[in-house]
Design a protein around this ligand. Structure first.
Ligand SMILES: *Cc1c(COP(=O)(O)O)cnc(C)c1O
Length: 238
């Protein structure tokens, strides 16, 4: 039927301004420069028309977490100058296809994903940036949740750096459900410190969402992944 409601651009602009102010305040409080933190807007469940409005408002990075939806949206927005971050759970039989449109895959959490990602990345004209998703969950909560255990991180990193097609750029994490994100991101900062010692070129730390971006920035996040605070509440079903 019709395009986006007339008010949608204003709504997104206002939400972006609010998020931008939160990021700036968090950087200031942490004694960090605003330029140290990139905003990735998570557009999952929202239409390509929103990505288009966001790009016009200056958003450079967008995140998606479901392969089919992401693939279609990236194709519809092929003319836009935005970087596509794949941040969702990754099945090994879909991983090669994700490498077809993603600029960075943030959710690499097991060795089984490496060879399909390499296969997909080999079809591209440039290497595929990857982040390793590290689990911050306490052991009793980690069942069924994404993320490599910190003890297994070094071995997974070695698998990735052993390929020519994948470029290891850093780490991604999600705070555990129902506990203090500050404590979790403080643990992440220690993991990051050791990791950067071994992989000095892998400086990205993707952490922080709508509810906890301040804590993430306080503990060194270089990228925050913000959905609801920019786009509004996601529909329950699509
Ligand atoms: C959905 C999602 C986000 C964004 O969460 P909001 O609470 O909407 O800001 C960030 N990271 C990941 C991995 C997600 O799946």
């Amino acid at each position: 039927m019709s395009g986006p409601a007339v008010g949608r651009e204003d709504e997104l602009a206002a939400n972006l301004a609010t998020v931008e102010a939160r990021i700036a305040a968090a950087c200031h409080a942490a004694g960090r420069a605003r330029e140290e933190v990139t905003l990735t807007v998570v557009t999952k469940f929202f239409p390509a028309s929103d990505v288009r409005l966001l790009a016009a408002l200056g958003v450079t990075d967008v995140g998606e977490n479901r392969h089919q939806e992401a693939e279609q949206k990236a194709a519809e927005c092929g003319d836009l100058d935005v970087r596509w971050h794949y941040i969702g759970g990754l099945q090994s039989n879909k991983a090669a296809a994700v490498a077809g449109y993603a600029d960075v895959v943030e959710s690499v959490d097991r060795a089984k994903l490496v060879s399909p990602l390499v296969k997909g990345a080999a079809q591209r004209d440039r290497p595929l940036d990857v982040l390793l998703q590290v689990s911050l969950d306490p052991p009793e909560q980690s069942e069924g949740r994404a993320g490599v255990h910190p003890d297994d991180l070094a071995a997974l990193a070695q698998k990735v750096t052993g390929t020519g097609e994948l470029e290891l750029r850093g780490l991604m994490a999600v705070a555990p459900l129902g506990s203090d994100p500050g404590a979790a991101f403080a643990r992440l900062a220690l993991i990051v410190e050791r990791f950067r010692g071994e992989h000095p070129r892998a400086q990205v730390v993707s952490a922080g969402m709508s509810g906890d971006l301040e804590a993430a920035i306080a503990h060194g996040a270089t990228h925050v992944r913000i959905g609801r605070a920019v786009l509004g509440e996601r529909p329950k079903i699509k």
